[in-house]
Design a protein around this ligand. Structure first.
Ligand SMILES: [Zn+2]
Length: 269
């Protein structure tokens, strides 16, 4: 099975070297190339963390979403950087824009975000949103609840929004937002993190949670808008493919593991 990983982080800090080792990996390009080749992963979409002014030069098997992460974000910076954002969106390897509302402490419905949605719509690129649980206690969860995406999606019907992490643990709300809005998609990254797992034991010990996930993944009948992703280097690649393939019905694997990402993130092959 050919795979696209629609959500990785590439070469940045936040202690990711250590997290990679905990997941049985190394946080560098050479290692990533080897793992991708072993597991038939053809392409990855990098979720940018370092602000829009940083050079975004990645290996040819990667696309990227230009990221407005905390530390690189303010209303003023956003307003003065629209031209720079547009330059990114013109590039073939730019798949869209990544927002981190829980960390930036703003609802994505704030009017200062609206020009980004217009631009993304104009260039046919996606707005990917960190949704669901956050890393660290300094963020505010209310801003990254997936239900917030409903309002943005309804007001900007020509723009594609991606609910990252399936909004976990608010997967019921994500299902409702996907069901209602044809311009909303989701990725399945980062649902299982924190190093190496025994997948059989995890599924056995968390059967209620796993059944809940399966139920609400099926509910919106949106397997044509749900993408495989990992949140690398936070998870072990081989284990994560195994885990997600147990959640998604086999008849939808080609779409979820590959085809949806090609279409949603405009990946040139
Ligand atoms: Zn991520």
């Amino acid at each position: 099975m050919k795979i696209i990983d629609a959500h990785i982080h590439f070469k940045h800090s936040y202690g990711f070297d250590e997290l990679a080792v905990a997941a049985g990996h190394q946080n560098n390009e050479e290692h990533l190339r080897k793992v991708f080749s072993d597991l038939n992963i053809e392409h990855a979409v990098v979720m940018g963390n370092n602000g829009i002014a940083e050079p975004h030069e990645y290996p040819s098997f990667m696309s990227y979403c230009v990221g407005f992460d905390s530390g690189h974000f303010s209303k003023e910076a956003l307003a003065s950087s629209l031209e720079l954002v547009e330059n990114h969106l013109r590039r073939d390897d730019c798949a869209g824009i990544k927002l981190y509302p829980g960390y930036n402490r703003h609802y994505i419905t704030e009017p200062f975000y609206h020009p980004l949605y217009d631009l993304a719509g104009q260039y046919g690129k996606a707005i990917a949103i960190h949704s669901g649980a956050t890393a660290g206690p300094r963020s505010y969860l209310k801003y990254c609840h997936p239900l917030v995406v409903d309002e943005a999606a309804a007001d900007f019907p020509k723009t594609t929004f991606v609910i990252c992490h399936y909004g976990n643990p608010w997967v019921v709300d994500t299902a409702a937002v996907l069901d209602k809005n044809p311009n909303v998609c989701a990725d399945l990254s980062g649902i299982l993190d924190g190093g190496l797992h025994d997948i059989d034991a995890f599924i056995r010990d968390n059967s209620g949670y796993v059944d809940h996930l399966k139920t609400w993944l099926r509910y919106p009948h949106a397997f044509d808008r749900i993408m495989y992703g990992t949140d690398w280097p936070l998870v072990n690649m081989e284990q994560y493919i195994d885990f997600i393939s147990r959640l998604v019905p086999e008849q939808h694997w080609d779409e979820v593991f590959y085809e949806n990402a090609v279409r949603i993130y405009k990946i040139k092959k």
